[in-house]
Design a protein around this ligand. Structure first.
Ligand code: PFF
Length: 458
């Protein structure tokens, strides 16, 4: 396939929206606020911002550089910069990791879709009993452990991604991101507005923002790094693949900084929505699915119950927000194996997307059923769903991060990096030099230490 016939994004705004769409996802909305609250509030936000500055932005620049320079999918891109048998193949970790994350991400996205319908048809409001979350608990427990209902919603979600991807880079990914991301920001702002007026909002805000440095431990630093990786969609092939559609005039460093700022702002705004509602309902904050599917439906009813129409609107908007966030992230994950198959097997994009859809549906089905009938199927003592999540985010992401940092810092010639990132020396060289220095000296050491820390070695 000649490089001139390759797809590309049509505008810089489209690039930022697509890459920010990949970054902004379920991770921002249900993980970041809780991690923040539990790890010392503003003190954690500070560590998180340092992790973004020292690791997140440099690694995003590295992936953007590799993708745009190579102009090909995430697995083959590394081969264009090195012929070494090891370094030329590290991109495969991203393609494999991105594909595996997709298979369980679509399961959770299916739940979110189902909950959007449950809030639309009023089920979530009718289940509300003040001070008692058992109705929501059994609704969620029965739903995820059942066989067909979660599968139906997962299939619906996968089909939405499939058609977006099959439509192409410009007409699918870019067009949808340019509509979905602004819609997501509008919903966020409306929800923050409602939430700040909930009774007890003050307590929620202090849980989120009160800086408590005594709560900062080694494990909070590890959590901040892990959160930065997951939230920015780093090292799993998405950013590298998207960058292969960038034009030569894109300012890579500026784009990476803008995307990181947008992602962090969205995460903080999610906290501004969730905590005031949770605290005004008198619920203790937890993380993960139990927050989004058990605590929040009741919290919204409790916090805004004085005006039922507001409770209804907030609930519908919140799940619509989750669906949009999940969709743009899943589309970026989908694109990684699609581009790889399309370019390796020389088959049309549409057919490559079909292969990805088929594999995703098969593995996704196993993940979904691992909450119910396949609950006894364990890999290293974990359910299939938990194992995939652990393997991808705890092993593959940081490992891929260490390799990419070493590759850029030590293997690829600095001149190639500097020339490309400064768009042929037309941009200032200092930011590129700083990023290169961070990739060479800081990122490998920090990441290797974090990796050993997560494995419990240090
Ligand atoms: N960044 C996404 C989120 O915050 O939900 C999740 C994600 C997407 C992780 C793409 C990794 C990835 F490659």
């Amino acid at each position: 396939m000649s490089s001139t016939s390759r797809a590309s994004f049509g505008s810089k705004f489209g690039i930022i929206m697509a890459a920010a769409g990949s970054a902004v996802g379920l991770g921002n909305i249900w993980r970041f606020p809780i991690e923040t609250g539990q790890n010392g509030g503003a003190a954690f936000i500070l560590i998180y911002i340092i992790a973004i500055a020292l690791l997140g932005v440099p690694l995003m620049v590295a992936e953007f550089f590799i993708g745009r320079h190579a102009h090909t999918n995430a697995a083959h891109a590394y081969k264009k910069l090195s012929s070494h048998p090891f370094w030329s193949n590290i991109g495969f970790i991203g393609v494999l990791g991105g594909s595996l994350i997709l298979c369980y991400y679509v399961v959770v996205a299916g739940w979110v879709l189902k909950y959007m319908f449950l809030s639309l048809d009023g089920t979530l409001s009718t289940l509300f009993t003040p001070g008692d979350a058992s109705g929501y608990e059994s609704l969620f427990g029965n739903f995820v452990s059942s066989t067909w209902s979660p599968l139906v919603f997962m299939v619906l979600f996968v089909l939405m991604c499939h058609f977006a991807i099959a439509a192409g880079v410009r007409k699918g990914i870019e067009k949808l991101s340019k509509i979905f991301m602004p819609a997501l920001f509008v919903i966020l702002v409306v929800l923050v507005g409602f939430s700040l007026f909930a009774p007890g909002a003050q307590e929620g805000l202090s849980f989120l923002f009160h800086p408590d440095f005594s709560k900062l431990t080694t494990s909070s630093v590890l959590s901040a790094i892990a959160q930065a990786f997951y939230s920015l969609s780093l090292c799993m092939g998405c950013l590298c693949t998207y960058a292969s559609y960038f034009g030569k005039d894109v300012n890579i460093i500026k784009s990476a900084v803008s995307i990181s700022v947008i992602d962090t702002l969205v995460a903080i705004m999610a906290g501004l929505i969730i905590f005031p509602a949770v605290f005004s309902a008198g619920i203790s904050p937890q993380s993960g699915p139990s927050l989004a599917f058990i605590a929040l439906p009741g919290a919204f009813q409790q916090a805004f119950g004085a005006v039922p129409a507001v409770a209804y609107i907030v609930s519908v908007l919140f799940y619509a927000l989750l669906v949009l966030a999940a969709l743009t992230s899943a589309i970026s994950l989908y694109e990684v194996p699609t581009a790889y198959i399309h370019e390796t097997w020389h088959i049309r994009r549409r057919y490559a997307a079909l292969v990805v859809t088929a594999v995703c549906l098969m593995l996704g089905t196993v993940c979904s059923l691992s909450m119910g009938v396949l609950g006894d199927l364990h890999i290293f003592g974990k359910s299939v769903f938990d194992f995939l999540d652990y393997f991808c985010t705890t092993i593959m992401m940081p490992l891929s991060g260490v390799f990419i940092a070493i590759f850029l810092g030590w293997v690829v010639k600095r001149d190639i990096f500097m020339d490309d990132v400064t768009n042929g020396c037309t941009l200032r060289t200092t930011p590129a030099a700083v990023v290169h220095w961070l990739l060479r000296w800081v990122a490998p050491v920090l990441l290797f230490a974090a990796f050993l820390g997560v494995l419990g070695v240090i």
